[in-house]
Structures are given as C-alpha cells and as structure tokens.
Design a protein around this ligand. Sequence first.
Ligand code: BGC
Length: 742
Amino acid sequence: MPTKNCQLHHSKGSDKESYVSSLLAKMTLQEKIGQMSQLNNDAEKLDESIQKGLVGSVINEVDVIAINRLQKIAIQESRLGIPLLIGRDVIHGFNTIFPIPLGQAASWSSDIVELCAKIAAIESSNNGVNWTFAPMIDISRDPRWGRIAESLGEDPYLCSTLGTAMVKGFQGNNLSDSSSIAACAKHFAGYGASESGRDYNTTNIPENELRNVYLPPFKAVADAGISTFMASFSDLNGIPATGNKWLLNDILRTEWRYSGPVVSDWESIPQLVTHGFCADKESATFEACDAGVDMEMASDNYAQHLISLIQNDKISIEQIDTMVSRILKLKFDLGLFYSSFTESPSSTVHLNDFHLSHAKQAATKSCVLLKNNKQTLPLSKNTIDTLAVIGPLADDGYEQLGTWAFDGKASDSITCLSAIKDYVKDSVDVKFSIGMETSRSNNDDGFDEAINIASAANIAIMILGEEAILSGEAHCRSNINLPGYQEELINAIYETGTPIVLVIMAGRPITLQPILPKVDAVLFAWHPGTMGGPAITELLFGEECPSGKLPVTFPRAVGQIPLYYGQKNTGRPPSEETFVDINTIKTKAPQTSLGMTSTHLDTHYSPLFPFGFGLSYTQFDYKNIKVSEYCVPMGKSLKVEATITNTGDFDAEEIVQLYIRDLVGSVTRPVKELKGFKRIYLAAGQSETVIFVIHTDELAFYDRQMKFKTEPGLFNVWIGGNSDTELKTEFEVFCTEHDEKI
Ligand code: BGC
C-alpha cells in the first residue's frame, strides 16, 4: 500500500497548478531554495538539512531502506512535508545491466531500447529511485571521447528516435505509475563536440551546426514529454552551458516551450568560476539561476548565495517561484505527494528471468559482425574438437558491464567463457588462457600459454577490447587501438595458423585496421552487459544471426577523426579516380600528382567501416528502388520503396536504411542524411518491398537566417544496408504558387 503524505493529503486527480501554488504560498525563502538543492547521499548533516526543508533532492542513494528513511524525514519531520526526488544515474540498467547505450544504439531498435529503459525503471523504482540522468543524447562524432560509450552515436535522426524510445521506457505512460521514473535529457548542449575528444573540453559549434546536428535529439525528447533537462558542464561558444541564457531560456523555454526543471551537472555551477566565466561563486550562482538552472547538483551555491542575490534585487522572488514550482510540479507528476515510500519492495523484480532474457536479447541485437571471411562463423560444435578461448575479457563479469553500471554486480554476469562451456557441454574441449592480465597489459608473459592452447585447437576465439575503465566520463583516449599488447597477442596466435574469431568488447569504435587481415571473423559486442556471454555464444554458434549495425563510423586511423557519414561534400571531394596513396609513390613527385582532394595522404579517405554497417550470416540483395512521384509539392509526402531479398541460407533480420541528400541548399547540406530505418525479418529466400513515407517537412533544416524550413529542389534518395549504399534514385520538391507567395 502506498503511504500518504501525512501533512498534505491530496488525491491524484487534484489540480496540479492550484496544489503547487498553494504549497508555494506556504514556503519560506529558505524552503524554496532548499527545493532547488540536490545533495549527494554522503553530504554532511543530510538528515538535519532534509528535516529543515533545505533539500529538494538526494542523489546516489539506492538502498530502499535508506531512501525510505530519507523520505520519512522529508515527509514526516520537515515543516511542509515535501517528498524528495531521488536521483541516480540509471544509464543502461539498474541491477540487470544492458549493453552500453552505444551498443543499444547498434540494435537500431526502438522496441529494444524502450524495454531496456522500462526494466531499468522497474528495478530502480522498486528501490525508491524516482529520477534517472538519462538518456545522454549528445551527438558523438569523436571516438576518442570516453563518453561516446554513453551516447546513441553520431546521427541526429537515430539518436532522436532511440532517445525518445528511452524516455518512453523510463517514464512509461504515466509518470505517477509506481514503476515510472523521470528521465533527464543530457547534456544540454554540445558536450559531444569537446575539442579533440578530451572530456569537459571547449566546444565551438556554429549556430547552424548546433541547430541542425546537436539540438535535434533534445528537441525530439522535449516534444516527447521528457520531464527534466541537465545543463552541460561544457563551454559552448564561449558561454558555458550552465550559465548560457540563450540556450537554456531562449531556445529551450521560449522556442521549444519546455516547461520542466533544468538541473545543473555535478558542481557545474561553481565550475563557471573555473571556466573563467564568473569571478566568484556568487556571480556563478547568479548566472546559472538567471540562465534558468532550477536545481543545483551536488554543490551548495544556491544555498549560500541566492538569498543575498534576491536581497540585492539581482534575482527576483518571481524567478525563484517559477523555478521552484517546476520542481514541485515534477514531484506532483511523479505522484510523490501521494505515495513516496517503497513500502514492500518486490523481491522478484531485480534480475528476474524476463529482465535477464531481455538483457540477452538486447545484447544479441547489438552485436555487429564486421568481418566473416569464408563463413568462418557460425561455428558448429559438431565440427570442433578443441576450442581455445583467449583474452582478458573472456571471463570477466565486471568488465563486460562497461561504464556507468554502478548497481550491476560482476557476480550476476554470465561471461563468454562460462556461456561457451555451457553451450558446448562435453562435445567440445574448451581450453582457456587469459593471455594478458588486463586489456592494457604491456607484456607478453601470458602469451606462451595462449599460443599453446591455440596451437592445439581447431578455432581460437579471442575476446579482447577495452576494460570498462577505458571509456566513460573522463576516460578519453588519444589512441583508439586495441590497448596494451593485444595486437601482439593476435599476431602471436595468428602465427599458430589456427583460425581466429575475434570478439571485441569496447566502449567506442576501435581502429582495427592493423589486425583485420590476421583474423577470420570479427564480432563487435560493445560492453554487452550482464547477459553478454550467452548472447555472444548464441551468435558465434549460429543459434542467432547477427543483425546489429554501427551507430557510429569506424575510422581506419585516429588521424581521420572526426569522420562521420553525414559530412559536407567540400569543394574538392575525394574519389576513387583521384585518390593516390602516398605509400605507392616510390619516387619524387610534384604536388599536383596527389589528387588535390580532401583526404589524408597516408590513409584512404573512406572509413574502415561506415555508419550503418553490419554483416549477417546471410546476404541481402537490394533492388528496384522507386519513388511514388518524382515531383513532390511542398507540404506533401512521397513514398520510397525498394525490394530486399534474403539470398542466403539463414533466416535473419536486416536493418533497412533510407538516406537522402539535398543537392543544393542555402547552407551546404550533408552528403547523406538518415531519414528512416526499419528492422525487418526475412526467412531464407524471402523478399519484401519496404516502403518509407517521407513528408517534405522531414527534409527541413535551419537555413542562413536560422529558419527551419524545407527548400525546393532536387534530392537523391538511397535505400540500403548501410550508409555506403549505392542503390539510389531522386525526386524533386517544388513550391506551388501558394507556397511562393508566403
Ligand atoms: C555527469 C552526469 C551525471 C552526474 C551525476 C556528472 O559527472 O556528467 O552525466 O549524471 O555526474 O552522477
């Protein structure tokens, strides 16, 4: 049974506005500022502060008994009995850990992503958490940046679609349902463009680029009803986001009409001083509050300085009232005034069979097959006598969880080694060698043992990559190769002549070019979470067919970064005809012999694997692309279709992707833009005609005057299995006389 707030009874049906304004009328200024303060669970005198009504939210408490105790203090011992928001980074699962968000994005499945978030909400709310700081929808085009792991990749459309699905999963149909939690769009905005992929770094993003690339996912989740936003740590064009009134007020509130609260990032208010944007903490408090940050996370500047700012007429009491009411309304929407305790947490919720089976499903659909020479995969336990399993990530329940998995336990994970053994049972002799102590080890002490077991095996499955610590917040890398001696380990196993199946667990794209020729197959598994082992095993042995597609471009070399499919054409685009590899020129050469195009001399201009790429155990043939009409009036829709046939032997799923190019724009447009995708199932031999409907509004972009509109003209349109597809046709959008008059 839910417990009612003893001092402020109300029924769920009562009117939010009047409830919140009558509550606000009873509050002292200190109590109002208290609502604007979020404290960490280890803050000094936390109980006392809650009792005095000086805390609106607590972050990082996940123990149900402790949360209930804090809520009881807030509700029963504070003057007005206002319940607490209990925040936690529930990023890719709570106790059941799903693939990292970048991995989930590789599933290209709103259903998968929504259910991961829903389960995370069910498990965390059962412990009393009511607010998560997810989804992270920063467009990420620099794989050196550790937080790319938390992102949904490089593309605005994919990120908007999956970000919206995540919000639905967390928030459910009704925020006041006991298993719904508030979601938070972060980090608003531009954080993913941190210079050179160094965390917390400067971002310089021209307004047009910001609006066309970085903001769309935030606008999408705002439109989908997300409850909260988080202001980024980062400096946006000289004005840190936490103090950026143009961003937080003009765009978010005035243009987008977002009405929920904005929380700062961890200590991002005092960091306005460190940025050199404010001289002291009082002015940092002013800038953040005036910009529209309603709640301060972790630090106490609002508590320290807001009163004097109000007394000095820098901040008005009306401003404070508006901000506090946003927080109170969220509490109302969450049903906290009605039911704030988790009185009898269900013991069957956490890590239950359904949650684990979805974790396996999500990991299965997230893995991307990058190479499969001579159909090395799938393996068959009937044709293998001895299997060598090698690598530091083969049997490590912790590392497979990835970054931001605070509430997942290594002991709940099923590793690849144990899943493989369980799958093959006695029919195959499985030998294991760790090869290297960690993915970073810089010695070959373990190589001999690994070589010995590989030499005696029919197949070597090498499970390599990055440990969890190598990605995530403040975990950026200047090289994104396989760290430590892993390339050497692959070379050593290659020398044995035993075919190699490489499974990579990592939080980012890895530059695989140097080792690609040495391995027969590559399955990229990201950090797959609790059920990574069984998911990978079933893929390796053909119980499941790989279907994940890359949500981010894989470069050949780190020097190509940033490299993304939606780049601009430039005035001198590279092409196969003009590209000259400097390594092939053995004599002195005049400069103009090098093609004079936009590429590097020492690397091909193309990526190693393009956005949207992923192989299957079967093959898909794409043909007959057609548009329903060549000339499309502005304001109408057209249909684009193609026929896809599964020409191989496996029943499988394929992610059919639709890209467009606006050939001429008042500002230059990307060479390709994803505008639709569908995950379809085709039995071996089966064909399907997939139809996409595109409205001309979906072709809109921000122009020179920052007007969002579709421009008439010619468009290319492609349907294919990745962004490098060639199956293309075109259509033209034209303005009617009526359009031209307006
Ligand atoms: C991160 C946020 C996170 C917050 C709370 C910060 O360091 O940037 O993404 O939600 O901490 O843990």
